[in-house]
Write a protein that binds this ligand. Structure first.
Ligand code: SF4
Ligand code: SF4
Length: 410
């Protein structure tokens, strides 16, 4: 079945993309039934106590927006949710978001919207350094809208993590995760895969289980800001690492740790059978056995990133400005030509992707559609070039598994 060029973001695609998030949203009487979940990754400060080697920020911290300005952005976002009848997942990050003294006033404003019937959830991205007992107490106060607190861990050992993030940061991150767990606050771990920590990634799943994190996301480094291209893993290293992790994911899933393997990172190539089974289950309305095995880049479809000065990007790892929510209306930004191009990426893809089943067949294109445009852009300046780490050769194919899929035998 060939993909309909006009409808790449099909209803089924939206459904699969949002199924897990929907199930984790706080419920609220009187709220509208959300048609989908829209994610806003919101960087509310550049300030940070660490200077990580792969940080996307490589300049002196810019001035924070005032609380009043943040509330203008929040109002615009919530008006868009109402217009769409969508739910909102706001992810507050930085810099280090817990360094903003007026953070809780912003969270209170989000909570007030929630109380007025807006289905909202708030997550935090932190390095863990400022997760004091007082902060945990505040988080518990907002448990009605709280999703997860995601802590960055770039190694399962102090030596590896601290060599990337600085002395003392491993102990601080682990301590934060333990205390959050003990206080009943859901946690997640984010790991940026580089040549510096490639061999340490296996231990991460075990550590995550010990620390009680419910989700682990492993993302490839994108060479932006302070991150250097020489720290990126090679295609062979990625293939070997992804294949190993994909097998481990099933084991740890049983121990309550989801490996968020599918986020636009070529995971379907490591575990195609798992990806296709997951896809079939989703079509039947079940949640995937893993968090998500295989998922095309959702940029331009159900999320945006807002930077510290209000500038909007399609994604934090694709920092091409498309507007500013202090001056522009939300829907003006949402109609930016760049987002339209990302939405019709299937027609604009180049090179081997043009002949690949993971870009040309409707069902299978939800797994990839060119891989990560941010990687292609950061390494070669072309959003529509094939993912530089893709090891799939469309002329060889993986016929056995794909034939099984076409015959409906998954
Ligand atoms: S060739 Fe392109 S569409 Fe096919 S798997 Fe690789 S990146 Fe994805
Ligand atoms: S731009 Fe990159 S990081 Fe962002 S959603 Fe797309 S593939 Fe993922």
């Amino acid at each position: 079945m060939l993909r309909n060029e006009e409808q790449q973001a099909t209803p089924e695609f939206f459904e699969a993309l949002n199924a897990e998030l929907m199930s984790t949203l706080p419920t609220l009487e009187g709220a509208w039934k959300p048609r989908f979940v829209f994610g806003l990754q919101w960087h509310i400060t550049d300030r940070c106590n660490l200077r990580c080697k792969h940080c996307y920020i490589d300049r002196a911290p810019r001035r924070d927006l005032s609380l009043q300005d943040l509330l203008v952005i929040l109002d615009k976002f919530c008006a868009a949710l109402r217009g769409w009848q969508a739910a909102g997942r706001i992810v507050l990050g930085g810099g280090e978001p817990f360094m903003r003294p007026d953070l809780w006033e912003l969270v209170e404003a989000i909570s007030a919207y929630h109380q007025r019937g807006y289905p909202l959830r708030v997550d935090f991205m932190t390095n863990g350094s400022f997760v004091t007992d007082q902060v945990i107490q505040q988080l518990r106060t907002y448990r009605g809208i709280l999703g997860v607190v995601q802590v960055s861990l770039d190694g399962s050992h102090e030596e590896v993590h601290d060599s990337i993030r600085g002395p003392g940061s491993f102990v601080a991150a682990c301590s934060a995760l333990k205390r959050l767990r003990d206080a009943g606050v859901p946690t997640a771990i984010h790991f940026v895969l580089t040549r510096r920590n490639l061999s340490d990634v296996d231990g991460l799943l075990e550590l995550s289980a010990e620390l009680g994190a419910s989700r682990v996301t492993v993302s490839r480094l994108v060479p932006l800001g302070r991150a250097e291209a020489s720290d990126m893993v090679t295609t062979d290293e990625l293939r070997e690492c992804w294949t190993r992790l994909a097998a481990m994911a099933y084991v740890y899933r049983r121990r309550g740790v989801f490996l968020a393997t599918g986020r636009c990172d070529l995971w379907h190539l490591a575990d195609l059978e798992g990806a296709l089974i997951t896809l079939r289950l989703r079509k039947k309305g079940f949640l995937s056995p893993l968090l998500a095995v295989g998922q095309r880049c959702p940029a331009g479809i159900n999320g945006l990133t807002v930077d510290v000065d209000g500038t909007v990007y399609p994604c934090r790892r694709l920092p091409i400005p498309i507007g500013n929510l202090l001056q522009d209306e939300f829907f003006t930004v949402w109609l930016a030509p760049l987002l339209n191009d990302l939405r019709r990426r299937g027609q604009l893809l180049k090179g081997k992707c043009r002949k690949c089943v993971f870009a040309t067949e409707e069902d299978l294109s939800v797994l990839c559609l060119g891989g990560s445009p941010c990687q292609a852009y950061a390494t070669g300046g072309d959003l529509f070039a094939p993912d530089p780490n893709c090891w799939f050769d469309p002329s060889e194919g993986n016929e056995k598994v794909i034939v099984k899929w076409r015959q409906n035998s998954f």
